[in-house]
Design a protein. Structure first.
Length: 692
């Protein structure tokens, strides 16, 4: 007869961001445990609140199935002695299987006879197997752990109860002083303890005690309640998915309500108001149909509507205090000049080994001009870029950013505009932080994009210069994310950006300038180039480019980031061409032969007088025509030019021996191939492309 299982871990309130990853982990671990222990099931349902992680599993059998297993033992010649008696090896083998020598049979395997026994394993009762859920509970991993009392056992929060039922039976095990039972807890303030007769009662009994155990149902309740409020008042509410998830995992019984704040606060930049509400208080902002912020907020109470007025007043009071702080900081910051703030940055350390933020800004000013010139910014843009680089970190010493660090850059733009800076300069101040996550928004302006690249390159080169290079998963200064951001920005802008040359130009500009920038960069920095290539590989993987094509384009002689991406796209598009395989094999054969050349003999000069057959003449003419066109064509055209050489190369190899004894003829032929290899390697390391 099939039975249902309920396992619930009752805890102190967990951080909201931990709840959903943890219940997913518990669901996976229970499923794996049942499968490994030969217990089938129909479905597994997850339940979670800030105080509990639970799963209900349906249709588990009464017991494991009996198993018949064929077990192989020693070879027959080892199992029997010279007189035909069972050896100690045979007796030890069957004893280990819980059998006697009477169970032995012989079976041939690869020409050798071996001992075999048939072992019958009787399945255990499910209730006995399920006591092993103790190990499942203890094996849970969390981003932060704590221990309590005088024990060394660690968990996300102290465990208060464990409910473990197989139908009406309690599954017995214990952790520390917590013993499993059939009791669960209702809402911390509104509910009581509950005795469960069996798992089927779980949701209904908890809801009676003001707990909505199904997180998706709880979230839907929040969405519907806020929707009703919005419809009634003709408001627009942005149900930010991250905030909605967080609020869902902060409450067990949701009741949405409206609060208000003084209209005077609307004179403060709305980013400050929204940050105060969303990031600090977990409130949803309210807007009218035109998208303008209104002096209201929506929050979600962990409980019912009893005495809700008191809750609203309390939340309004807390928010008012925050907004008053924001208003005060805003008014005080308006008294500051940008120059005063920049001067203060001389005393703000970027990193003790690298120097101050002011010194960083000085370096970034120089770096940004190198990049701006490379990407063909016009004179006005370069002037605006220079001004932006001189001030772009000034808001770090404002009162507002000191209180709300998440507003850095955003307040910089606001204050820059208030102080009369050009909109292009102010936008760059905000955009230089972008992207703030791996796949986050990118700068929209060219000046902002250059400043963002310059700031990130300075950080990466600076940390590399002092030997703080990321290794393994260790990357405390997010250098991988910053370099990946550089790659994404350049790709989006479509700029010519030869990264090796750019790195050299930037290092030279910093190291050769007469000003003291606090640090010197390393000129020969192979680690940086490899690090940069690693982020290019990451980006190409995001585009689902095949791994061998990634290797081919990243390791080519091509140094321009955008051209590398275009080349990867070209190869990816031609993978299914009729003669792709043959063309790549022909070019790979050319490249492999040139690798055998003495570098001192590579001249890329070919003497037609040394030709001995028509295929040499034909290849020479075709390669000369291709070489003449190569420098003036697009990457797509160069790909076509190279692959068009396939039949000529194939005839050449069919009719021509390359490695002949005559040194002059051999070197002449190798130099002919070297010209083809040079063109191919400018496109990609074609020999790395897998064609099998």
């Amino acid at each position: 007869m099939a039975k249902n299982l309920l396992l619930e871990i009752g805890l102190e309130e967990m951080p909201a961001h931990v709840v959903w990853p943890s219940i997913k982990q518990l669901e996976e671990k229970v499923s794996k445990f049942l499968t490994e222990n030969s217990l089938t099931f129909e479905s597994i349902e997850p339940f979670s609140t800030p105080r509990r992680l639970a799963v209900r599993v349906t249709n588990i059998p009464d017991r494991q199935e009996d198993v018949q297993e064929e077990v192989k033992g020693p070879a027959k010649k080892i199992a029997l002695d010279a007189e035909g008696n069972w050896s100690k090896a045979a007796e030890g083998f069957v004893r280990g299987q819980g059998l006697t020598t009477d169970a032995i049979t012989f079976r041939e395997l690869n020409g050798v006879e071996y001992v075999y026994v048939t072992k019958y394993i009787h399945g255990k009762e499910s209730k006995d197997v399920l006591t092993g859920l103790l190990d499942v509970v203890k094996s849970m991993n969390f981003p932060t752990m704590m221990h309590w009392g005088d024990t060394m056992f660690e968990y996300i929060r102290p465990i208060h109860w464990i409910t473990a039922l197989l139908d009406e039976e309690v599954i017995p095990f214990e952790i520390l002083d917590v013993t499993t039972g059939r009791t669960t807890a209702g809402h911390r303030f509104l509910g009581d303890q509950i005795e469960l007769a069996d798992p089927s009662e779980y949701e209904e009994k908890l809801e009676e005690q003001f707990v909505i155990a199904d997180a998706h149902k709880r979230q839907q309740m929040i969405v519907e309640q806020i929707g009703e409020i919005a419809e009634k008042n003709k408001w627009v509410i942005d149900l930010d998915s991250d905030l909605l998830e967080e609020v869902t995992n902060l409450v067990e019984y949701p009741t949405a309500f409206v609060g208000d704040f003084d209209e005077r606060f609307l004179s403060v930049p709305e980013e400050v108001l929204v940050t105060s509400m969303k990031e600090h208080q977990r409130y949803f902002e309210v807007r009218n149909q035109a998208g303008m912020l209104l002096p209201h907020f929506i929050s979600v109470r962990n409980g019912n509507s009893v005495k809700l007025d008191n809750v609203i007043k309390g939340n309004q009071k807390v928010l008012a205090a925050r907004l008053e702080d924001g208003e005060f900081f805003f008014e005080e910051d308006k008294k500051l000049s940008i120059e005063e703030c920049v001067e203060k940055l001389k005393n703000v350390t970027f990193h003790e080994k690298i120097g101050s933020i002011y010194e960083k800004m000085q370096r970034v000013g120089l770096i940004s001009q190198v990049i701006g010139t490379q990407v063909d910014l016009n004179e006005e843009e370069l002037t605006d870029l220079k001004r932006a680089s001189e001030i772009y970190k000034f808001d770090l010493v404002t009162n507002m950013v000191g209180e709300f660090p998440e507003l850095q850059g955003i307040m910089g733009e606001k204050y820059a505009l208030l102080k009369g800076e050009k909109p292009a300069v102010a936008a760059a101040v905000r955009e230089h932080y972008l992207p703030i996550s791996s796949e986050g928004d990118l700068p929209k302006t060219a000046i902002g994009a250059v400043l963002a690249i310059a700031d990130k390159i300075d950080s990466v080169l600076g940390f590399f210069a002092v030997g703080m290079i990321p290794s393994g998963s260790n990357d405390p200064y997010a250098l991988r994310r910053q370099t990946y951001g550089i790659v994404r920005i350049v790709e989006a802008q479509g700029w010519t950006f030869p990264f090796t040359d750019m790195q050299g130009a930037i290092v030279d500009a910093i190291n050769e300038d007469v000003l003291d920038y606090g640090i010197h960069f390393n000129r020969d920095q192979k680690e940086f180039i490899e690090f940069f290539k690693g982020r290019m590989r990451q980006r190409l993987q995001m585009h689902n480019v095949r791994h061998d094509i990634i290797d081919a384009v990243v390791d080519s002689r091509q140094d321009d980031l955008v051209q590398i991406f275009k080349t990867a796209q070209i190869f990816d598009q031609h993978l299914t061409d009729a003669h792709f395989k043959e063309a790549m094999e022909a070019l790979t054969r050319v490249i492999n032969l040139t690798k055998k050349m003495d570098p001192a003999k590579i001249s890329f000069k070919v003497d037609p007088k040394l030709f001995e057959n028509d295929s040499e003449k034909e290849l020479y003419a075709a390669v000369k025509e291709a070489e003449d066109e190569f420098a003036n064509q697009s990457m797509a055209e160069n790909y076509q030019t190279l692959t068009n050489l396939r039949p000529v190369i194939e005839r050449y190899f069919n009719e021509t021996m390359i490695m002949v004894d005559n040194e002059k003829i051999r070197d002449n032929r190798l130099n002919q191939l070297a010209i083809i290899a040079r063109m191919a390697n400018a496109l990609a390391s074609i020999d790395k492309i897998i064609t099998k």
